[in-house]
Design a binder for this molecule. Sequence first.
Ligand code: A1D88
Length: 437
Amino acid sequence: MTQIPDMKNFRVEPVGDGILHLAFDMPGRTMNVFTNEAIHEVEAFAEWLRTSDVAGVVIYSGKQTAFCAGADLTELSSAYDMIMAAPEAERDDLTVAHFSPIGRGFRKLETAGKPVAVALAGLALGGGCELALACHYRVMTDDPGTQIGLPESLVGLLPGGGGTQRLPRLTGVEGSLGVLLEGARFGAKEAVAAGAAHEVVPPGQEIAAAEAWIRSRPDASQPWDREDWIDPTRDEVLAVTGPTRENALKKTGGHFPAELAILDCLDNGVPVPMDQGIVAEVEAFKHLVQRIEPRNMIAVRFLGRVDYDKARRKEALPDGLDAFGEEVKAAMQGKAAELGDAGSAALHFAGIGADYTGDAASAQIIADRKPQWFVQPQGAIEKAALEIVQAGAAVARDKGQGFDAKHRNLIDYHCQQAAGYPVYLGGPFTFLDLYGV
Ligand SMILES: C/C=C/C(=O)SCCNC(=O)CCNC(=O)[C@H](O)C(C)(C)COP(=O)(O)OP(=O)(O)OC[C@H]1O[C@@H](n2cnc3c(N)ncnc32)[C@H](O)[C@@H]1OP(=O)(O)O
């Protein structure tokens, strides 16, 4: 047997009877996340597992409060910059090379031929949930804080570690939609009822329960890799995703490509064998991650929100923040009023503090347009919408210089909340940096 790979983010401990514990415990972090390093460690461990003679593996978190919050969003943000700095012809290959190891590693884990159980106490989100779904057995504690979820769409992404493929295979497509599209989470009992987890235990008993499953000498395969598995047909999937797509378009006006990309993963991946499903997911991820919307949403809706919450807790929000938000709002509303009917229609079109009122077909055109409307506006309403977001960004240019540059994401986040600045555009500072006014 080869040597267990050297890992910095996971601790391996043999506990008898051939069972290995694999504790996810990133040094120096309060929360486990999937950095590239941690992703490569999972893949290396899975490769080793195939050649080993262990009876099984129990994965759990070495942190007290959570299992894992998913891919490292700070790294993801830098990856966008790295990819977009490359010549256009190289970007697809670079994106696939950079992002496919997570899905590949999880697939290797579930096909290594050894039973793998996960003992979940606390949150398992995004890539953390995807790792759990790639295990053959999921035990969750009945603590209310123990939840699984795939909130990637909330930051403009899709679950690119097999989440769009495994969850719907476990719960049925319909049962997966709230988690995949709306950031809903399953608590332990809900997860078992939905088919996404196997066992609920009181806190403190999860590792023993996972070990007991391994001692029962279970089948080390996933349901979708067994001979009796039947893929749903594409028509069956479309019967669910078709109306959902139409609703998503009507709700978002075509400005949030993640939801549509997730539905593509369901349509193209769920009716085919898992390995092809993962290829369909990587394909959708490749296009999505090269768009500006996820980059803006990670920067502002996640990093800006974390900074905002931290500063609020310390009562250290920047002076003048509320007044700045009010000015941005007044500038955008004032511009809309000045533009008359086109201005008022533009608020709805772009989702600037107002709901989209158009139809799904028009929203689909907006979603598919390259470049996006805010780069190349067409017609009076799009031009008005651009003038309105520019008016908000002009406040950042004229009045934002007094703020510390490190607070820009936080201020943009505040402007989404307080001024209705469109989430997919980041905020006035993000817009100013990207496009100027
Ligand atoms: C292909 C796969 C793609 C993906 O997986 S994309 C990622 C999907 N996951 C998410 O979107 C979850 C993002 N995180 C959150 O929503 C929240 O966080 C939590 C609900 C997990 C926890 O919220 P709260 O208890 O309020 O804590 P906090 O202040 O938000 O975070 C605590 C510390 O954890 C860091 N952190 C959390 N999630 C991530 C992440 N995904 N990437 C990088 N860092 C993360 C924060 O920054 C902060 O760190 P500090 O203590 O140093 O301030």
